[in-house]
Ligand binder design. Structure first.
Ligand code: NDP
Ligand code: MG
Length: 387
């Protein structure tokens, strides 16, 4: 496999490189790193470039690209830059598979570029599927492109669906959620949560934005919409269950009443590895699941009052059109403000709700409608926060 890895300096990106190295060590499934891309972390990208010798790198930030060229004059490497560079990286001729692991809506254009270039698409960047929705899925269908989910819940569902006789056999998708660091907290207590508290996730070590999303349960809301898109089901066919131990990564209930679950220790390297080696399963060095050492597995309904982000996402899933792009754009802007300590934790859902109330929904949107909804949502949040 020849891989273009977007977001190589992030949590998913660095773990993908670990997986690639491990697959190369065992020699059964060689992974050539053709392209690496990031926003501005030149130092780590340089280390990665020296280690994996890609044909090209892309840096979204042009100043970082200049810095990279200076540092690597001894290397024979193409350095791309800006949003265009990221799209070129996604569609790179020397790669057959693109793993999109950048964070946020900025991943939408590279996702579309990879699809148009008919690359197999391993997708971690869920914001793209939420905002771009049916456009992404439709483009993939038209170009005969496979989208392989990297998000652990969707990878779990995808794995449970292998060998299924078809979509009509599925009754329900059951998404599990850890509940985040504030499970069981009341709404009032959540108001004063600090970024430091929200950045501590009990089971997973992830990038900052998704960690905050896990704390508000917006992550599960985005995943709810992501599941509908990826597996062509309605909102009524997706259920969210809190499962604190993150051992069951999600489940599929079939028409005949059988429920299949995918289980394992919480480690993103497994879904990343499955997306890369699909449909094969390769020998892994990851520690196995010791059921006898597992805590008891528990299940509970989500508290939609204390965590209104999940509720709003479920509503947007039903409304459709540009509402999911507004939800996502408003959330990205609000999370950014919270991380900069410009707004309180409790204002994240409040600002998202305000954007959803203020911005009219366009049904059956085109790409421009989606980008415009995203812009309006961000502007609305910033205005309301006074920043
Ligand atoms: P991180 O914040 O750890 O990494 C983000 C990566 O994207 C970095 O490489 C960053 O580069 C790059 N990036 C950010 N903005 C741009 C840009 N404008 N242009 C190019 N590259 C950019 O995020 P995660 O790895 O945690 O998450 C990545 C995606 O995967 C998200 O969509 C997330 O929801 C999803 N995901 C993550 C999981 C996890 O366990 N981490 C689990 C499931 C899904 P730089 O370092 O230079 O800023
Ligand atoms: Mg997930």
């Amino acid at each position: 496999m020849r891989l273009s890895l977007l977001g190589s300096t992030g949590s998913i990106g660095t773990q993908a490189l670990e997986v690639a190295e491990q697959l190369n060590r065992t020699g059964t499934f060689p992974v050539e790193i053709a392209v690496l891309a990031a926003r501005s972390n030149v130092q780590l990208l340089e280390q990665q470039a020296r280690r994996f010798s890609p044909q090209a790198v892309a840096l979204f930030d042009p100043a970082a690209a200049r810095d990279f060229r200076q540092r690597t004059r001894d290397l024979d490497i193409t350095v791309l830059e800006g949003p265009e560079g990221l799209c070129e990286a996604a569609a790179w001729e020397g790669a057959d598979t693109t793993l999109n692991a950048v964070v946020g809506m900025v991943g939408l254009r590279p996702t579309m570029a990879a699809i148009k270039a008919k690359k197999t698409l391993a997708l971690a960047n869920k914001e793209t599927l939420v905002a771009g929705g049916s456009l992404v899925i439709e483009a993939a269908r038209q170009n005969g492109v496979k989208i392989l989910p990297v998000d652990s819940e969707h990878s779990a569902i995808f794995q449970c669906l292998q060998g299924s006789p078809g979509e009509r056999a599925v009754k329900r998708l059951i998404l599990t959620a850890s509940g985040g660091p504030f499970f069981g907290w009341e709404k009032e207590r959540l108001q004063a949560v600090t970024p430091k508290q929200a950045l501590c996730h009990p089971n997973w070590d992830m990038g900052a934005k998704i960690t905050i999303d896990c704390a508000t349960l917006m992550n599960k809301g985005l995943e709810f919409i992501e599941a509908m898109r990826l597996f062509c089901v309605t909102a009524d066919e997706v259920e969210v269950v809190i499962h604190r131990q993150s051992i069951i990564h999600s489940m599929v209930e079939f028409r005949d009443g059988a429920v299949l679950a995918q289980m394992g220790t919480p480690d993103m390297r497994l879904p990343i590895r499955y997306a890369l080696t699909y449909p094969e399963r390769m020998q892994s060095e990851l520690p196995g699941l010791d059921l006898l050492a597992c805590p008891p597995l528990t299940f509970a309904p989500p508290d939609l009052e204390a965590f209104p982000c999940l509720k709003m996402a479920m509503e947007c899933a039903r409304i459709g059109g540009t509402s999911c792009a507004v939800l996502n754009g408003a959330n990205e802007a609000a999370v950014e403000l919270f991380r900069r300590e410009e707004i309180a934790f409790g204002r994240i859902p409040e600002l998202v709700e305000r954007a959803l109330d203020a911005i009219p929904v366009v049904s059956a949107p085109g790409m421009e409608d989606i980008l415009e909804a995203d812009r309006q949502a961000r502007a609305c949040v910033r205005r309301a926060a006074g920043s």
